[in-house]
Structures are given as C-alpha cells and as structure tokens.
Design a protein around this ligand. Structure first.
Ligand SMILES: [Zn+2]
Length: 249
C-alpha cells in the first residue's frame, strides 16, 4: 500500500495525467481512503485551473524560472526537475509565496478572487517586465490604443499627485479582457484594472494581499480595481482623485 509521503510525490504527475497505470491505480486507491491527500489533490487541481484560466498567454520564461527557484531556494534536484517540466508550477509557486491570503477558498469570480487575480497580474507584469503594451504618459495615445483591442472604451485619467502614466496593456480577469493602466511616482507604482461592470458589479472594498494594497469600486458603468505597492493612505488618496476624475468624464 502507498503511504501519504509516496502519494504526495505522485500528485503533480497525476494531475498532469503522466502517471503509469500501476502507479495511478495505487494512488487512486490511497486517495479513496485518505481525505488529507484527497484535499491536497483538490487544491493542486484548483491551482492549476486558476492558472490555465487566468494566465494562458504567459508561458514561463527562463528568467522567471530563475527568480522563482532563487526565492524558493530549491536545492533538491527532483524538485527542480519537477519545476522545469511543469511551467505552470513556476507561476503557482510564485503566487503561493506572494499571496498569504487563502484565496483558494474563494471561487475565482467572487470579489476576493477578482482582487487576487488583479494582484497576480500586477506581480506578473512587474516580474516579466511587461507592464505596458503601449508606453505613453498621454491619455490621448493610450485611450485610442485600447479602442482597437477592447469592445469597450475604458476611462483613462491622469490622477495628478505627481504620478506619471506609464502606459496601458491588456490583461485578463475572470477570463475576460480588461484594460490595465499603470502609473508611477518614484517608487510608488499602481495599476488600474478597468472593465465594464456588466452583470457583475464589483463592491467598494479594500484589501491587503501579498504585500499589495488593493481597492475596488464601480463607477460610470465600469468596475475598477487598483493594485499598488503603496500604503493604504497613499492608495486611498490617489483612488479618491481617480474617482472624482472618472465621475467628471
Ligand atoms: Zn494520504
């Protein structure tokens, strides 16, 4: 009979459908009688679904692998091989490190899931150095760029407070294309994710997720999620400005 430790080693390969039939049968037998390992398997599946759903267009590049491995301080060769073989694990490992929040409890389309996805997007863009697809401090450049890529026209505002707009990019939240507009003030960074509220208006709420400040609200028919590396106070200040500017548009 397989024990929990052995089962644990097989779980990744099982989720990826790469187990030999004999091992698979043994593992399934163990899972049938072990709620703990079953729970691990469910979590692993959720994690994988989360990433295949929310990050399909970012294959893991070598430098990301390096950074994640460095942060994990993985020394065991078998772990490294497992990581090299399963690119989605890089992203998963990174998010596990980054998000202290138990977001796995939440279904992705709930508000906490939306906030967690926005934070993951914010971190991924910074890590991959793909913050902007269109680089410009000028709304009259960024706004038309979105017009060709989205079926909605997001409000693009300059919040003042010495912030410079860096530009915009497309991103994905809840399997939906969203506008992401990034701003910078010295070391203060924030990205505003914008999409039509449709049938899922997002409530006004603040979070602290994985060291980032997150603020959500809806206005003028759009959902907004602001993710920043700033303090609550600094984030509130800029969000208030943005709300005023959007309301005036
Ligand atoms: Zn077990």
């Amino acid at each position: 009979m397989m024990n929990c430790e052995e089962a644990d080693r097989f779980l990744d390969a099982y989720v990826d459908g790469e187990l030999e039939p004999n091992d698979r049968a043994e593992l399934e037998q163990h899972l049938a009688g072990c709620p703990e390992c079953k729970q691990k398997l469910d979590r692993l599946r959720q994690l994988r679904e989360f990433f295949t759903a929310s990050a399909p267009h970012y294959p893991a590049p070598p430098e990301l692998k390096g950074k994640v491995l460095a942060r994990l301080e993985v020394t065991r060769r078998s772990n490294i091989i497992a990581l090299v073989r399963r690119p989605w694990l890089y992203a998963a490992a990174l998010l596990i490190i980054s998000l202290v929040l138990g977001w796995l409890k939440f279904s992705p389309d709930r508000e906490e899931g939306v906030a967690a996805q926005a934070v993951a997007n914010f971190k991924r863009a910074a890590l991959l150095e793909r913050v902007c697809d269109v680089v410009s401090p000028d709304p009259s450049v960024v706004k038309p760029w979105f017009a060709g890529k989205l079926d909605f026209s997001p409000p693009v505002v300059l919040p003042g407070l010495n912030f410079q707009m860096r530009g915009g990019r497309l991103d994905v939240i809840n399997n939906q294309k969203v506008a992401a507009v990034s701003y910078k003030r010295d070391k203060d960074l924030f990205t505003l994710f914008i999409w039509p509220e449709g049938e899922k208006p997002i409530p006004k709420k603040d979070w602290s997720i994985g060291g980032n400040t997150v603020c959500s609200w809806k206005s003028n028919g759009f959902n907004f999620v602001c993710v920043s590396n700033m303090s609550d106070e600094a984030s509130d200040e800029v969000v208030d400005h943005i709300k005023d500017l959007v309301a005036q548009q």
